[in-house]
Design a protein around this ligand. Structure first.
Ligand code: LHQ
Length: 267
């Protein structure tokens, strides 16, 4: 499989601490091929290390967010060697999900339209998910004989419980943005026309907040799923120790005591 970097498939806009990453294969509902995976990996590596990005927004170009894997990318004709989809997950999707979850700043998914298959689960790997009211969340895998991947079987029961997770995964029916919000699958459904402004305002706000502290919060919540209470208390202690050594903690307390707005630098 080629792993070339197709930069046109991923657009990156950086502005005042917010990096907006747009999946850009609209004619294929932003489904993933190897080139788009490589470009997204490159973009995420850059925003992680550029020293200025304090919030990441992930969205899609055109009428969809992402329809998962590009199904035209595999030879499924009679006589063709069966593809090793496990390898695709190992090398492309799993590292992507882990990267989104471990970025040391908030990642917002702005789900502008349908999020299907791995596209749905990549949105759910982000920290806060906003969706346009017309967007739909579809665990499409069962329709083509596959298993929800990209963390779907892990995140769904944790977010919405076993029954709804199984309903989504076994039936592959679209879940509306409003239903998704009601179930706790996503943070908020907003009118289509308001999605960009709502997410931009939130991203701008988050980029003025104590970025290191937000990164520690994200780490604590993410790790809680595999911890008992004692382990989690230990983790909170370790993270709080680090948070207490940040400049932003000092600034936050000084601003509170001085009855003035805090100016957080993300350090
Ligand atoms: C597409 C796709 C698509 C290519 C729409 N591929 N062209 C991981 C490991 C490795 C391999 C296997 O997969 C995985 C993880 C996965 O993600 S498996 C699940 C893959 N995704 C799906 O099964 C979803 C397939 N798409 C759909 O069911 C529909 O397109 C949805 C429900 C997302 C949207 O339906 P509509 O709004 O009616 O749009 P459409 O079907 O007309 O799609 C628009 C165009 O996009 C169309 O092309 P065309 O040339 O006819 O205009 C589609 O063929 C193309 N497209 N999804 N995944």
């Amino acid at each position: 499989m080629p792993n070339r970097l197709d930069l046109e498939t991923i657009l990156v806009d950086r502005n005042d601490g917010v990096a907006t990453i747009t999946l850009n294969r609209p004619e294929k509902l932003n489904s993933f091929n190897a080139g788009m995976h490589a470009a997204l990996k490159h973009a995420l590596t850059e925003v992680e290390s550029d020293g200025v990005t304090r919030t990441v927004v992930l969205t899609g170009a055109g009428r969809g967010f992402c329809a998962g894997q590009d199904l035209g990318d595999r030879d499924v004709s009679d006589g063709a060697e069966p593809p090793d989809l496990g390898e695709t997950l190992d090398t492309l999707y799993n590292p992507l999900v882990l990267k989104l979850r471990s970025l040391p700043m908030p990642v917002i998914a702005a789900v502008n339209g349908v999020a299907a298959g791995a596209g749905c689960n990549i949105a759910l790997a982000c920290d806060l998910v906003f969706a346009a009211q017309s967007a739909k969340f579809i665990q499409a895998f069962c329709k083509i004989g596959l298993v929800p991947d990209s963390g779907g079987t892990w995140v769904l029961p944790r977010l919405v419980g076993r029954q709804r997770a199984l309903g989504m995964a076994l039936l592959g029916e679209p879940v509306t943005a409003e239903q998704a919000q009601e179930w706790g699958l996503i943070w908020k459904a907003v009118p289509d026309a308001d999605l960009t402004a709502t997410v931009s305002a939130l991203a701008a706000h988050l980029s003025t907040q104590p970025t290191k502290g937000l990164g520690f919060i994200k780490q604590a919540i993410n790790q809680s799923a595999g911890h008992n209470l004692e382990q989690q208390l230990d983790l909170e202690r370790d993270l709080q120790r680090m948070a207490g050594r940040t400049n932003d903690y000092r600034e936050g307390v000084r601003a509170f005591m001085g009855k003035r707005p805090a100016i957080f630098r993300g350090s």
